[in-house]
Ligand binder design. Sequence first.
Ligand code: DCT
Ligand code: MG
Length: 396
Amino acid sequence: MMHVVDISWFTESMKEGQPVAMETRHLIQTCPQSSPESPVSPYACQRRTTIENKNKIFTDALEVLVERYEQSEIEGPCVAFRRAASVLKSLSWSIESVRSIEGLPYVGDSSRTVIQEILQYGRSFEVERILADERYQTLKLFMSVFGVGPKTADKWYRQGLRSLSQILAHPDIQLNRMQQNGFLHHSDLSRGVRADEARAVEALIVETVQSVAPDAVVTLSGGFRRYRSMFGHDVDFIVTTAEAGGESLLLPLIMERLQEQGLLLFQAYNPSTFDLQKVPCRRYEAMDFFAKCFLILKLEGSRVQGGVQGDRGWRAVRVDLVAPPIEHFAFTQLGWTGSRQFERDLRRFARTERNMILDNHALYDKTKNQFLAALTEKDIFAHLGLEYMEPWHRNA
Ligand code: DCT
Ligand code: MG
């Protein structure tokens, strides 16, 4: 049974001050966590990882390997290189010798070879081979189109296609609506979103929500909540309301308002299929069942501090919105803040170390056979017996 959640403090805090409560921004504080001598946890949720990466030369190389295996959907090495890269990102010291990485969790033989080559020659030959590989480059290009995943990219590659213009010119290729818009806005969307553009999008979403649902609450999530400094591929938000069942109306109202203003370039809306019987979800990366929409918005240059590139006066931006019922808000917030690796390890930690199942909807204690309620992310960390970790420490 789901616990009854007392949401009165949440509702009260929403009534005070701004109808739409935003998180206060903090300065990023680096938090030295490990020295070459101190032990490093095998779980990202027990390692503080800021955006200040002291081992970028190594993690960039490992991430090329991750990407290469993601393209081919080969899970084993993909997980191994991701974990190794994530461990290196959390170190407060730079790797200067192979000896210093001895004993680090998940830095296996293959990762060690890459690190060793970089230490010795300043580059990894395997990574350079991949970067120069036609298939890698082409799949990377195809997958940079919104709506194109590894299967479609690989199919096009096997058909002999090598450029975006060849795809558009091909008489037998039927693009779905998402892909059509992906191609249409490709140059804007592949440029990524700057932090000042993300702030402008945040202001637009807050304004829009205020005008259609003054009692609703909007919070920024995803990479921009983690203060990842520069580019993001999209801007993610959670919208909810204390009014029972009211969350189901929010996204259609928001999209309608954006449409009226001529700012909605594309929308794909998935209504909620949430059912308590279906949670908690055993699959690590399964998306949640809450109502959500994947949008492309027109962001006008006049709204952005640094303006936007080009002479059109606007740019296209990818925006995702999810609308959970308020009693599931904390779980959705924790899940949508990421990073993906942080989330994977949090779930793995819950399952392996605590016999609990965590997902974006709920936390289930398999020993007690019950759901554990939470109003805030801090409650979830406490249920898991983990020290609370601020969003800017979750850049695993
Ligand atoms: N997420 C997840 N599992 C998925 C997809 C997303 O746990 N299959 C979580 C992690 C981050 C958050 O949702 C938002 O996803 P993204 O926008 O893809 O990631 P991001 O961290 O915001 O980075 P970026 O937007 O720059 O790719
Ligand atoms: Mg994002």
